[in-house]
Design a protein around this ligand. Structure first.
Ligand code: PA5
Ligand code: MN
Length: 205
């Protein structure tokens, strides 16, 4: 089947994408358990369960070989010293890559390989981060303004959101440090076993 071409316009400040096929929002309560400081999290939640990030997407199909693309808009803020983050995931078919381009604001792409190796790349307007297959990825808003990114990945990639919980979080946390940020080891982190890593590789047909 041959699909019809489509055209989409982005509003860089908001992440709004015309002719999108989907949109979802994540509220603070959806991120329970992800931040180190549970007292600060409860205090923030008591001030209101607000939308902290939103995704607009275009999925022409889910077929292998097709592309999904869209935008992520993230509020700025912190829970204690820890900057606002997305849930993060690895692709369900783990070798599927992704690109993220900065459109507005100042972000950090936090990536972790199955063996626990961490890589960080700053996301600024006009910069594109290539996230190869097999990297767990999460974005962090390290700026004072909303962070807006456009992204694209193979339509059949899927997301495994359990991978971060299974290791008690990612290997590092991104904390405020004066006017900047620093990556701090997560003391609760549990490295993956050889069997865990083999299971990630086994997702690739
Ligand atoms: O495909 C991606 O990695 C992004 O579109 C993310 O899904 C988006 O940034 C939201 O993050 P998460 O899916 O980890 O909640
Ligand atoms: Mn992804």
């Amino acid at each position: 089947m041959i699909l019809a071409p489509t055209l989409h316009h982005l509003t860089p400040g908001t992440g709004a994408l015309t002719a999108r096929t989907g949109r979802y929002e994540k509220r603070l309560s959806d991120l329970a358990g992800l931040y180190a400081d549970s007292t600060a999290f409860s205090a923030a939640l008591s001030r209101g369960d607000r939308v902290v990030y939103a995704v607009e997407e275009v999925r022409p199909s889910h077929r292998s070989g097709d592309i999904a693309f869209g935008t992520t808009w993230m509020e700025p803020g912190r829970i204690g010293d820890e900057y606002f983050l997305t849930r993060g995931h690895i692709h369900a078919i783990a070798n599927r890559p992704e690109t993220y381009r900065g459109e507005a604001g100042h972000g950090l792409m936090l990536m972790e390989a199955p063996d626990g190796t961490v890589e960080l790349r700053e996301v600024t307007p006009g910069a594109t981060v290539y996230v190869p297959g097999f990297w767990i990825h999460r974005t962090v808003n390290i700026g004072a303004e909303p962070l807006v990114m456009t992204w694209a990945y193979p339509a059949d990639a899927g997301q495994d959101y359990g991978i971060i919980a299974r290791s008690n979080g990612m290997a590092v946390r991104i904390l405020a440090d004066g006017t900047g940020w620093r990556a701090v080891p997560n003391p609760a982190y549990r490295p993956r076993s050889a069997a865990d890593i083999a299971a990630i590789h086994a997702t690739v047909a």
